[in-house]
Design a protein around this ligand. Structure first.
Ligand code: PMP
Length: 444
């Protein structure tokens, strides 16, 4: 009996090795990592350049407390990351994961408001559904009732607006009116909350785990930016999942050219080699906070040199292998093949995504968009079937308040066409098996 516990009681196979897009368990079974873990391992497993950089760093030093030393590793990583950010975003604060990065952004925004004499601003609006992390601050902005409900008495739940799920609302995601329709809900919410109290809006440019690769409709983020400017509200982009090339550009928001005030990142920048997250902020926000006495925030492991050396080598590999371009090209092919699966399999009701952040959603009736019956626990059952076939994919319930299941297909960005064939074959067989299994329930 293992001493470890995570979500439930189920035991998993023991991981032995991983290389590229493949992983092997202790019994020698091979898996294709079709979700890069949890959309983490963007450059693939066991990359030689990263391992060598970590080895070199380990031989020099593995820890230097940030109040005692600066390290070359964290300086160089900050420099490299800032190069990839929109103009003006060049102040970097390292942390160890996505939730910590979101917490840091929330607190920097608040301290900025205090420093510029706007202490009444504290509300951070976010979307439903959304996922921004599991620490109580980040959770307060998370729009996902199952995760938040037990802890509501312990936190100050933040206001929400609906995520722009055009496909469920019967709207055309490519029409500018659609983006405006959803963005204007933010303006209304700000008015309801009292604009003078609103500090920031936090949003994923392409929704990840909670919405299943929900691409922002045309004009949405541009209009959100306008609204934030109109009310003097900060725009925080949660690029924890979408960043580091995942969607075919370094940041998800790069597809729309919208300039955020703060970007939070994790997952892909460490690519699984080390626990690493970052908040990158506009210097216009940071300077007043430093002038007012400094940022009252920080984690012991901030800027850990080993994590930063890994992160720098990861970014170098993204550049050297031109992985953003590969993610865009392979993503288009993967999306087309997923659409092909939708033609063959009735239970797929929607296919969506950008770059290698792609997903499909199960529906029992495409015309009414009715989900599969809840008792099927479809998302988990499908993941288990695929796993038994050696294909790892990631799933969640889609709709907060309304039932639904989506499957995320997000392989490492080093993907090639042979891997896509393998993924599609695994999904196709799994869909056949799944449809057979659920047939009695569906016919009842
Ligand atoms: N934001 C987003 C968009 C995420 O996808 C995640 C993790 N799934 C987080 C924040 C939290 O990151 P972590 O689990 O590293 O704390």
């Amino acid at each position: 009996m293992s001493k470890l516990f995570y979500q439930g009681r189920g035991r998993k196979p023991v991981l032995d090795q991983a290389r590229g897009v493949y992983m092997w368990d202790k019994n020698g079974r091979r898996y294709l990592d079709g979700s890069s873990g949890a959309m983490v391992c963007n450059i693939g497993h066991s990359n030689d350049h990263v391992l060598a950089a970590m080895q070199r760093q380990m031989e020099k030093s593995t820890f230097g407390y940030r109040l005692h030393f600066e390290t070359e590793a964290s300086e160089n990583m900050a420099e490299k990351l800032a190069e990839k950010m929109p103009e003006g975003l060049d102040r970097v604060f390292f942390v160890s994961g996505g939730s910590e990065a979101v917490e840091s952004a929330m607190k920097l925004a608040r301290q900025y408001a205090l420093a510029v004499g706007q202490g009444e601003r504290w509300k951070i609006i976010s979307r439903t559904p959304s996922y921004h992390g599991c620490t109580l601050g980040a959770l307060a902005t998370t729009g996902y009732t199952t995760l938040t409900a037990p802890f509501e008495p312990m936190m100050r739940v933040m206001p929400k607006v609906p995520a722009p799920r055009a496909y469920l609302d019967g709207l055309d995601p490519d029409a500018a009116a659609t983006g405006r329709h959803y963005a204007d809900m933010l303006a209304r919410r700000i008015e309801e909350e009292g604009p003078e109290n609103v500090l920031a809006f936090i949003v994923e440019p392409i929704g990840g785990a909670s919405t299943g690769a929900l691409v922002s409709p045309a004009g949405y983020l541009e209009r959100v930016r306008e609204i934030c400017d109109q009310y003097g509200i900060l725009l925080i982009l949660d690029e924890v999942m979408t960043g580091a090339g995942r969607t075919g550009a370094f940041l998800g928001v790069d597809h729309w050219g919208v300039r955020p005030d703060i970007v939070v990142m994790s997952k892909g920048i460490g690519s699984g080699y080390a626990p690493l997250g970052a908040m990158v902020a506009d210097r216009r926000l940071v300077e007043p906070v430093l002038d007012a006495g400094g940022f009252a925030h920080g984690f012991t492991y901030a800027g850990n040199p080993l994590a930063c050396a890994a992160g720098l080598a990861v970014l170098e590999e993204i550049d050297r292998q031109d992985l953003c371009t590969n993610a865009a090209a392979m993503g288009e092919k993967l999306l087309a093949r997923l659409n092909g699966l939708m033609q063959r399999h009735e239970i797929i009701g929607d296919v969506r995504g950008k770059g290698l952040l792609t997903a499909f959603e199960f529906m029992s009736d495409r015309s009414t968009k009715a989900p599969l019956p809840k008792q099927l626990n479809a998302h988990q059952r499908f993941v288990d079937i695929a796993y038994e076939r050696g294909l790892i994919v990631y799933s969640r319930r889609t709709r907060d308040g309304v039932e639904g299941d989506h499957i995320l297909v997000c392989p490492p960005l080093i993907l090639n066409e042979g891997h896509i064939d393998e993924i599609i074959e695994g999904l196709d067989e799994s869909l056949v098996q799944f449809a057979q299994e659920i047939a009695p329930v569906m016919q009842a």
